[in-house]
Design a protein around this ligand. Structure first.
Ligand SMILES: CC(C)(COP(=O)(O)OP(=O)(O)OC[C@H]1O[C@@H](n2cnc3c(N)ncnc32)[C@H](O)[C@@H]1OP(=O)(O)O)[C@@H](O)C(=O)NCCC(=O)NCCS
Length: 149
């Protein structure tokens, strides 16, 4: 598929938040407040098709507290564009960006119900731990992903 990847802009927030619940198939927008695009757009990515429509995005950051660690908060690919390697391209572009900035490890988490995300992260070479009981507080178990860069 002919998709163009580029850095995210703070202004991409409105477009992203409008589709995120549809793309995930459940209410997830509370986990993506505007601060992520306002303050982490320089390490985040968007993918667009030939007419400029949003087909994917990645919200990533270089940990300000753990030198050498990068973290991916969200990755999403439009349902119609899945299975063609766009998620892999977004991850590989972020890995390159994080390596160039001196990171040597990258992490992410996902809900234990998100079987597609768990399979995707395994395919992307992440070690998987979990469910980690109470990771995000009472009743919020999470799968934890980690890999070297
Ligand atoms: C997870 C997601 C980003 C994958 O995007 P994608 O563009 O379809 O992924 P790719 O085509 O690049 O696949 C990359 C690899 O992951 C595997 N993979 C991706 N989705 C998979 C699934 N649902 N089940 C099994 N394997 C999957 C592919 O087989 C591929 O493996 P390979 O390269 O070894 O052949 C996409 O399904 C999505 O947006 N899901 C909803 C949002 C979400 O849950 N995001 C993750 C949590 S933040």
């Amino acid at each position: 598929m002919d998709m163009e990847l580029g850095p995210a802009r703070a202004a991409d927030y409105d477009e992203i938040i409008a589709i995120v619940n549809d793309w995930w198939g459940r209410a997830i927008s509370d986990s993506l407040p505007r601060l992520f695009l306002d303050h982490f757009n320089r390490t985040s990515l968007v993918a667009r098709d030939h007419v400029g429509a949003l087909t994917g995005f990645l919200i990533g950051m270089l940990s300000p507290s753990q030198p050498g660690r990068a973290y991916i908060h969200f990755v999403g690919v439009a349902p119609s564009a899945r299975g063609y390697g766009l998620g892999r391209r977004l991850y590989e572009e972020f890995f390159a960006l994080a390596r160039a900035a001196g990171s040597s490890r990258v992490g992410a988490i996902t809900s234990p119900v998100n079987a597609g995300s768990i399979a995707f992260h395994k395919s992307m070479g992440f070690a998987v731990t979990g469910p980690v009981v109470g990771y995000d507080g009472p009743g919020k178990d999470m799968m934890v992903f980690d890999r070297s860069l």
